[in-house]
Design a protein around this ligand. Structure first.
Ligand code: PLP
Length: 388
């Protein structure tokens, strides 16, 4: 019997996630499986909780842990415990994932008002203030906002959004799926109330766990949770009080712990600076090639670069060349940006000087194959000049 072969060579994962995983994290997953209530595993869970608390910079007393599932499960866990029938939610929609968050709140029964922002721009906290101010007799309970909008490459000012939300007595839900471990994020310092992320982007582990910071303020306004799987009380019973809830994957915990150890070894601030440095080098290279980024400077993510496709270029053909010739994956545009942008992630182990230079050279080649000429070598030369 023949079988489909598993991959044997590395993909250069430069899309919106998953990103490349360091060998030490891959090796951690080869450790023997433990059951979900084994004493050695629950000790590891305590260690992971403490490390996540430091990476989130969460409040004392916050419950930091990881939901079994991808980033969307983190979103659902937070929403299911903060939003119920009639909860008034102001959903800031700056792209595809803001829309998903709004839809999730709607499905859990919330009365959702959408604050729509042009895709490619960050929300202005004053617009949030105006929307909250216009609430009428029944104020908003929750403001939901994506920190790093992966569909547009935009960084939203969630610290200011949360401060405005609090002025009006609302709690702030923040999606940090594309920022945790790559951009500054200070849950306690910024007083965010409930924050979720994923493991497959800037954290540097495989997908399958969703880190969450659930703060005392969120706990105080918790709603009766309709979901069994995402019930914060039941999850805390398992993670803290060791009561069976679901069969957590020890293998994914090993990977997450190793990735978190690597983050603390590197240092959070140095890691943020690395992401910034490589984004700036990439942006310099793209500019020298005559290519633009969708968001204006000052609103751009360091972790995800939304590159405008030049007029007349078949964007899918370029991605195909990158994949077939260089085993390099980048992302396509979503929704209204389909065909208009490429999404290039430089996250975790994918944020290196060599990958920046390799990507720019490969892109020059793929554009040339697609009939679009750039000044030869200009991209890598400009990026290399921008690197220390
Ligand atoms: C900002 C944001 N939120 C949520 C998600 C959903 O995460 P997942 O695909 O891991 O479920 C993503 C995925 O890319 C994302 O970028």
């Amino acid at each position: 019997m023949t079988r489909l072969p598993l991959p044997t060579s590395e993909r250069l994962l430069l899309g919106p996630g998953p990103s490349i995983i360091a060998p030490r994290v891959m090796r951690a997953m080869a450790a023997p499986v433990l059951s979900h209530l084994d004493g050695d595993l629950v000790a590891l869970l305590d260690d992971v909780r403490a490390r996540l608390g430091r990476v989130f910079q969460a409040h004392d007393g916050a419950f930091t842990f990881a939901v079994s599932g991808t980033g969307t499960s983190g979103m659902e866990a937070v929403v299911a415990n903060m939003v119920g029938d009639g909860t008034r939610v102001l959903a800031v929609v700056t792209g595809y994932f803001g829309d998903r968050l709004a839809e999730m709140c709607r499905r859990y029964g919330a009365d959702v008002t959408r604050l729509e922002v042009t895709w490619g721009r960050a929300v202005d906290p004053e617009a949030v203030r105006a929307a909250l101010d216009a609430a009428g007799p029944r104020p908003f309970d929750v403001v939901a906002c994506v920190h790093a909008e992966t569909s547009t490459g935009v960084l939203n000012p969630v610290k200011d959004v949360a401060a405005v939300a609090h002025e009006f007595g609302a709690l702030a839900i923040v999606d940090a799926v594309t920022s945790l471990g790559g951009h500054p994020l200070d849950v306690a310092g910024w007083d965010l109330d409930a924050v979720y992320s994923c493991t497959q982007k800037c954290i540097g582990a495989p997908s399958g766990m969703a880190p969450v910071a659930w703060t005392p303020a969120a706990q105080a306004r918790r709603v009766a949770c309709r979901s069994f799987y995402f019930d914060m009380g039941l999850l805390e019973d398992y993670w803290v009080r060791r009561k069976y809830h679901h069969t957590l994957s020890s293998t994914l915990i090993y990977a997450l712990q190793e990735a978190l150890v690597a983050i603390e070894e590197e240092g959070l601030e140095r890691r943020w600076q690395r992401h910034e440095r490589h984004h700036l080098a990439l942006a310099a290279g793209l500019e020298a090639m005559g290519l633009g980024l969708l968001p204006p400077a000052g609103e751009r993510l360091w972790t995800l670069n939304a590159i405008c496709v030049p007029e007349g270029v078949d964007e899918a053909a370029v991605r195909r060349t990158l994949l077939q010739t260089f085993s390099m994956e980048i992302g396509a545009g979503l929704g209204p940006l389909a065909g208009r942008i490429w999404r290039v992630g430089l996250m975790g182990a994918s944020s290196t000087p060599s990958l920046v230079l390799l990507f720019l050279s490969a892109l020059e080649h793929a554009l040339q194959v697609a009939g679009h000429r750039c000044p030869p070598g200009a991209g890598p030369a400009a990026a290399s000049a921008a690197l220390p």
